[in-house]
Design a protein around this ligand. Structure first.
Ligand SMILES: [Zn+2]
Length: 252
């Protein structure tokens, strides 16, 4: 499907334009496509940053009015977000922000363990001083966001850090896969995260950068394993509301 490639390209463009001060320039696909891409990014960010809460209804007509585009356009964007599991489409109810289940949360982190740790040696071998510097800048922004209590922004910056690492591996399909996993993780963190102990501590990220710079591959892999485990452990996914308690086990 071309959508993820488009998303990655648009993200790269945004990053590049931010980094170099260049403007995005006219897209090959024309204004309509570009406008839709912007709307897609805006809705996606609002979900990941928890400004749109899990379960919130996303009415096509209301969104069409807010963004000044057709309902058909909005529908396509919502379908795209549904493919990324950020939006859930229900036949009569329409679209709503996904509410990740505990099982999904565990699976997402298991997938991240498998893929992100495998990529670390590749990152370590390809990392250039400028890459390390850019990663440090992200880690610093994340720390500042945490300090000033901007939780959503910190979650977003955390995800960006992991995405950037994946891109540095040089494997685009895997980087795109990780980008999706990170989006879903951000939603999971927003739902199950504890505001006092929020996912990635940027102090951790600085340590990881240092290991990568020093070429300590094995230690960096072990570090990433511990890091992802720690994030998962910080989630309050132990006590499920929906589960029927096993009364005989509790009182037996
Ligand atoms: Zn992290």
């Amino acid at each position: 499907m071309a959508t993820s490639a488009n998303a990655a390209t648009a993200q790269d463009e945004r990053r590049n334009s931010k980094a170099s001060g260049r403007s995005r320039g006219a897209g090959k696909a024309g204004d309509g496509a570009e406008r839709h891409e912007t709307i897609y990014q805006q809705i996606r960010e609002a979900i990941v940053e928890h400004r749109l809460k899990p379960g919130a209804r996303l009415r096509e007509d209301a969104l069409a009015e807010v963004f000044g585009v057709s309902r058909t356009g909005i529908r396509k964007i919502l379908q795209r977000l549904a493919l990324e599991y950020l939006v859930t489409l229900t036949p009569r109810r329409g679209a709503s922000v996904s509410r990740p289940t505990i099982e999904e949360a565990r699976d997402v982190f298991a997938a991240r363990q498998l893929v992100e740790c495998q990529l670390i040696p590749w990152v370590s071998r390809r990392l250039k001083p400028a890459d390390a510097k850019a990663l440090r800048t992200l880690a610093t922004s994340e720390r500042q966001a945490l300090r000033s209590g901007e939780q959503s922004r910190a979650i977003q910056l955390s995800a960006q850090f992991h995405q950037r690492l994946a891109e540095l591996s040089g494997n685009t399909p895997l980087a795109e896969f990780i980008e999706r996993l990170c989006s879903r993780s951000s939603l999971i963190l927003a739902v199950y995260g504890d505001s006092g102990h929020l996912g990635c501590e940027s102090h951790d990220h600085d340590e990881l950068i240092a290991l990568l710079e020093a070429g300590k591959e094995e230690r960096a892999v072990a570090f990433m394993q511990r890091h992802l485990k720690a994030i998962e452990a910080s989630l309050s996914i132990e006590d499920s509301v929906d589960e029927t308690p096993d009364l005989s086990a509790i009182f037996g």
